[in-house]
Design a protein around this ligand. Structure first.
Ligand code: ADP
Length: 262
């Protein structure tokens, strides 16, 4: 079961005695001899709502894979819920929504079948009980996809597909939701609704971590921003981020990257 935490979303990774969701200490990593991320130390507590931003190729996806234990640091330590990230085996606690959520493009399966997969870590190869199906249907309801449950995922819009994959994470009772550029190819109206959904899941206690290229959306909706370009240029509240010069330094430009949305 996912544990409800009393930690409220904080604007920065203030130290506390609770177990961290994610913790990186002095992490360096490179695919070759040249480093892609360097000297990364950060802590994300349960209940936080955090965005990682940075220019293309700044190491955001790499950082996320280090956080999830999919890559191992060359130097330093990555922890997930207090355990060494690459040894973490409580996978159902983490809902990962990949870029474009297109993994199932070739799969002729329905939305409900995708969400049902979220129960597999709980039932193994056994049959789903009526309680499992209740959880599946509740997850579909939460993301507003109940009416589409019998539609094939290949026949969904980008935004609907993202919702289906979030429902799968909810069905697995994940308490950390990790999304890699979830709004690429999603129309403006759906982006707004999508962020409202993430906000309400976060209010329910789910830790949300996302990579986002839409800086306006980030500063409007998330609590904490980590701005990366190989190193961390900024880690703090979304409001402080807007006021800071981190954006210009990390992106190497003074262009209005926030798009005037604030
Ligand atoms: P971002 O997500 O910010 O666009 P990435 O983490 O994808 O950045 O990439 C950071 C750097 O690492 C880039 O220079 C990219 O070319 C390189 N890179 C990413 N993945 C690999 C890989 N699997 N093998 C080699 N180099 C990679």
């Amino acid at each position: 079961m996912r544990t409800q935490t009393s930690a409220s979303p904080t604007s920065s990774g203030t130290a506390s005695s609770t177990e961290s969701a994610i913790e990186l200490s002095d992490v360096d990593f490179g695919y070759t001899s040249s480093p892609v991320v360097e000297e990364i130390s950060l802590r994300i507590d349960p209940g936080e709502y955090v965005a990682v931003v940075g220019p293309n190729g700044s190491g955001k996806s790499t950082l996320m894979q280090l956080m999830l234990g999919l890559l191992r640091p060359d130097e330093g330590v990555a922890r997930l819920f207090g355990e060494s990230a690459h040894q973490f085996d409580d996978g159902e606690r983490i809902g990962y929504v990949a870029q474009h959520a297109s993994a199932s493009k070739e799969m002729p399966i329905t939305v409900r079948e995708v969400v049902k997969m979220g129960r597999f870590p709980h039932v193994g190869f056994g049959r789903l009980s009526s309680e499992d199906w209740d959880i599946v249907d509740r997850a579909l309801d939460t993301v507003g996809m109940a009416a589409f449950s019998n539609r094939r995922v290949t026949q969904l819009s980008g935004g609907q597909r993202q919702r289906a994959f979030i429902a799968r994470a909810l069905a697995s009772e994940a308490d950390l939701l990790v999304l890699d550029e979830p709004t690429v190819g999603v129309d403006m109206e759906s982006v707004e609704a999508f962020y409202n959904l993430l906000g309400s899941l976060n209010s329910d206690g789910i830790t949300v971590l996302l990579i986002e290229h839409d800086l306006g959306a980030v500063t409007e909706h998330t609590d904490r921003v980590i701005c990366l370009n190989r190193e961390i240029y900024f880690d703090g509240s979304a409001n402080e981020f807007v006021e800071s010069d981190a954006l210009a330094r990390a992106f190497g430009t003074t262009a209005d990257l926030l798009g005037g949305s604030r």
